[in-house]
Write a protein that binds this ligand. Structure first.
Ligand code: ITT
Length: 192
């Protein structure tokens, strides 16, 4: 089995990706390679941030790796929170505060169209590649469900009757932004 590092500090992302990848690859966490610091993500695009995280691990720890940057783009908010989804309500990763602000900013709005976009950046054998996955949906008027993480309780994918937070992990992975980007990544990795 081949080892590959997933450059994330988000335990939920790690769990989702491990579940998708199954037994084909062993996914090492940042903790497992001794990286405990917050990796800078100061670019203004998802691709820029994903590449920044992957390059940081390659440069500082020497491992081939991949990183994911994800954003929730809401049409009625001109694409916000977008690349700033993690700190929409201020610094830190407070999902409850982020969701509350999103619902407040959409109060009374009929157009609730939104999409999750994930860009995965891979550094492997001296090459850099990116893979994108997206899912179209809408922002609900209140939180539903408690599975998943982040904005999952307020996002309903078009192809589902329920929010991401009301689905099993497997059902979310089958249609999600991260599931789709990871499928492309796996396709590439298994051809190497
Ligand atoms: P790393 O940078 O360490 O990977 P992060 O949590 O900072 O972890 P992102 O910058 O990619 O990750 O996340 C942007 C925000 O979007 C953050 O608030 C997440 O909670 C949220 N998010 C990411 N993926 C999500 C998903 O599948 N479902 C719901 N919310 C998600």
């Amino acid at each position: 089995m081949q080892d590959i590092v997933f450059a994330t500090n988000n335990a939920h992302k790690l769990e989702e990706i491990r579940r998708i990848v199954g037994d084909d690859f062993r996914i090492l966490s940042l903790k497992e390679i001794g990286c405990e610091e917050d990796i800078p993500e100061t670019a203004d695009t998802l691709e820029g941030n994903a590449l920044m995280k992957a390059r940081y691990v390659k440069e500082h720890y020497g491992y081939d790796c991949f990183a994911d940057d994800t954003g929730l783009m809401v049409d009625a908010l001109d694409g916000a929170p977008g690349v700033y989804s993690a700190r929409y309500a201020g610094p830190g990763h407070d999902s409850a505060a982020n969701m509350a602000l999103l619902l407040k900013n959409l109060e009374g709005r009929a157009d609730r169209r939104a999409r999750f976009v994930t860009v995965i950046a891979l550094i492997l054998n001296g090459k850099e590649l990116t893979f994108e996955g997206r899912v179209e949906g809408e922002i609900l008027t209140e939180a539903h469900g408690s599975a998943g993480f982040g904005y999952d309780p307020v996002f309903r994918p078009l192809e589902s009757e329920t929010s991401f937070a009301e689905m099993s992990a497997d059902d979310k992975n089958r249609i999600s932004h991260r599931g789709r980007a990871t499928a492309k990544l796996m396709n590439y990795l298994t051809l190497q």
